[in-house]
Write a protein that binds this ligand. Sequence first.
Ligand code: MIC
Ligand code: SF4
Length: 650
Amino acid sequence: MGQSITYKILSAHHVSGSLKPGQALDIRIDQTLTQDATGTMAYLQFEALGLDRVRNELAVSYVDHNTVQVGFENADDHRYLQSVAAAKGVVFSRPGNGICHQVHLERFGIPGKTLLGSDSHTPTGGGLGMLAVGAGGLDVALAMAGVPFTLVAPRVVSIRLLGRLRPFVTAKDVILHVLSHFGVKGNVNTVFEYSGPGVDTLSVPERATICNMGAECGVTTSLFPSDEVTRAFMEAQGRGDGWVPLAADEDASYDGVFEIDLSSLEPLAACPHSPGNVKPLKELAGLKVDQVLIGSCTNSSYADMSKTSQVLDGHVVHPSVSLGIAPGSREVLLHMSGDGSLEKLVRSGARILESACGFCIGNHQSPSSGAVSLRTSNRNFEGRSGTKSAQVYLVSPEAAALAAITGCITDPLDQDVAAAPSFTAPQHFIVDDSMLVFPPEDGHDVTIVRGPNIGEPPRCPSLPDVLAGEVSIKVGDKITTDHIMPAGARLKYRSNIARYSEFVFENVDSSFPSRSAALKEAGKASFIVAGWSYGQGSSREHAAICPMYLGVRAVLALSIERIHQANLCNFGILPLTIQDESDYEALNQGDELEIRCVHAQVKAALEGRPFVVHDLTTGKDYSLKLEVTAKQADALLKGGRLNQVKEALK
Ligand code: MIC
Ligand code: SF4
């Protein structure tokens, strides 16, 4: 039986464990990436391992998330990141060089390699045929230490592309179509592998857009073959030597096949407040728009920017709309300034924003109260924009640019086809790596600079044999990591766990931190009860670290998303899944819970035995599941993964 691309790469990187879907598998990680918001903690944890230098092939540290620098905290983080990169052998991408996923695609991605990034949109690299996976900062720190990464060997779904996109229909519409079919939950431990004749019609940046937003489905990653299109992209980046072809075997077997006729697609939009709430754009036509933001790691390539400028050329932004544009990288910006597209944008009245995440993470450009904001980014969770009452719609750059002119959602298919923007990729991109700082051969003499906001990585207590405490909060379905640990204005506390913990569940129930901390103070455990798909969205391990700091010892949820589940285990919080919806209904905030024989129960869970929780308030006993690998079980018992690995590296 032939192999999929996914299993070819997994087999080539297999260290131990099983290559059978559903089983735990350890793989070698070639490349790592971090960004500033998750990076400080990742490097503090790497430092805690006591190694002189990173041990993987390539480690890159990007500064792109928090570049607003209100107060000293961000700037201090950047300085720490630059110095620790030099000391430990990491390439440093300076603020201004661009968004990690865009720059990594341009400058470092290699087909067939594995990439682990402390950001959930790391799968963008799948556009180049990499097996690129998002993870928590600690997992990335360990990969930099040469420790194999454990994942569940995935199911592979083949998404077969046929035909060719019509004018004004874009890669964004392809992934929104995928999202409307697969939804934002229920796709854990799955890889979307794209195939079929339609693949040839898509450029690398288009493929990257599709892989990028596969993260919203909750899959492990998405990837495309590496073909002549990939070769041309890499050659144009001056990296043709790194190209290798990569295709699935003709008789490769898949766990599912989904066919998309590209020519039948139409412009789509993800409506508030979920990327999975997809509707045809034409059904929304006429809706008044207050803000348009074009950029983010989903849609900020040179092609996206060029097409945006073509749509805006000769127009001025509608008086009631604020249009912001953030090119994805300095390379993109250099092209735009050379080919006249930047001038077109400036003339249109667009506000040119820094090549960074900025608006996408709610770090600036928060819309006005109740505003309709049209964005090309990948997440429209309630409140993520910084304005809880805002209505955020996710669309393609073309649809966003049109709305900026007309002041309302406008179906691009109603436009003259001749007006559809087109783009031919340059034969040679403007390559300028001068904003990359390469580390010295020997970083021993480098002083690592720490500002006052940079704390110690938090210590995680080991699990006691009896956990007795209280349900400190009960939340519903699809609680994202943005709900648990808001970013935006709070982002600058990422390196200061004590301070950041004051904002856990800020927009859900702002009294949670004091309630949970009071339980901890009283020597009691704090338990979170949640519905389906708890911890969707980002890879931010702070959504586990800060609750741990506040004394949370277990999450009891109907389901928990992959990266968050791993982060919980890494920081000693039991990820328990409720087996019966009626149990979820029966559990209430304030219930006194007790978990007895915790150690024996963790071990028994590895054999598939239920995990029993007693509700002392209602007198009920619940049978939950602890679905963890043997390594995770051991980490839980040892008080987290850092303790476990430190012991192993001794
Ligand atoms: C996001 O898009 O939510 C982020 C901000 O990039 C996060 C990482 C973080 O919270 O720092 C992600 O996607 O993992
Ligand atoms: Fe940055 Fe937004 Fe992409 Fe996250 S999704 S990496 S915040 S641009």
